[in-house]
Design a protein around this ligand. Structure first.
Ligand code: ADP
Ligand code: MG
Ligand code: MG
Length: 252
């Protein structure tokens, strides 16, 4: 589904990604971990198509298409979901209305008819149950005055509604309390299917007590220096990142 080859990127003349290689297949959950400043958020942002990063080398294909050639909106229409893509507050526009527009854009792109009101409501109900979100939250202006947990819940709800092929969640180091961890992990686990894939970017081993990844990759100084199964996350929890740094430095 996603194939990243020797991806390099910089920001403000600073080289951040120095040759990332990663293959993600349908049905898989990948965790990207690593010490602070190793480039995790940069990788997520580059995959999202955020424009402040300059890709200086490498290739990324998504379902065989050149992802780097698409702008952020096109990527979304192709089925790539980025959790931080919609953090904006939109006064006067409810989540419900926002989602109606977003879904119909995706459907139009796929050559499908817009959802009628009844089908849309049915889908809303189904997904509300799945991610355990309250109707009242969905009627409020998008993200306006939402607490951290509500934003998180809303984000996972958007993901559930859009049924992306590839979800990329950048769980930044701050603000992930135990409730947020549960919301994110329940959502990811409930939405997992053989047709979609998820990349969870996190500094926290703790998240992986809830989301069981198929693969864990450790990013250090802009490269994936170690990959393994879920046991790698447990090893990191126990031993921290220092041994990874030592191994990586020794290999240079
Ligand atoms: P992580 O998510 O792994 O903590 P980031 O991708 O956020 O790492 O950052 C990687 C490196 O890029 C860090 O050294 C950081 O200081 C730098 N960086 C990130 N964003 C910017 C920016 N807007 N301007 C300059 N440097 C940046
Ligand atoms: Mg960081
Ligand atoms: Mg980060």
């Amino acid at each position: 589904m996603l194939s990243i080859k020797n991806l390099q990127a910089k920001i403000e003349e600073k080289e951040i990604l120095r040759g990332i290689n990663l293959e993600v297949k349908a049905g898989e959950v990948h965790a990207i971990m690593g010490p602070n400043g190793s480039g995790k958020s940069t990788l997520a942002s580059v995959l999202a198509g955020r424009e402040d990063y300059e890709v200086t080398g490498g290739e990324v294909t998504f379902d065989g298409k050149d992802l780097l050639d698409m702008d952020a909106d096109e990527r979304a229409r192709e089925g790539v979901f980025l959790a931080f893509q919609y953090p904006v507050e939109i006064p006067g526009v409810s989540t419900t209305n926002f989602m109606k527009t977003a879904i119909n854009q995706v459907r139009e792109h796929r050559g499908e008819k817009p959802l009628d009101a009844v089908s849309f409501l049915k889908l809303m109900k189904e997904k509300m149950k799945l991610v355990d979100i309250d109707q009242s939250l969905l009627s409020r202006s998008l993200n306006e005055g939402f607490s951290g947990g509500e934003k998180k819940r809303n984000e996972i709800f958007q993901m559930a509604m859009l049924e992306p092929k590839l979800s990329i969640l950048d769980e930044t180091d701050s603000g992930l309390d135990i409730d947020a961890l549960r919301i994110v992990s329940n959502g990811v686990n409930a939405l997992k299917s053989k047709d979609n894939a998820t990349i969870v970017v996190t500094h926290y081993q703790r998240l992986l007590d809830y989301i069981v990844p198929d693969f864990v990759h450790v990013l250090y100084k802009g490269r994936i220096v170690k990959s393994g199964g879920k046991e790698l996350a447990l090893e990191l929890e126990e031993k921290g990142y220092d041994w990874i740094k030592e191994e990586a430095e020794a290999a240079v």
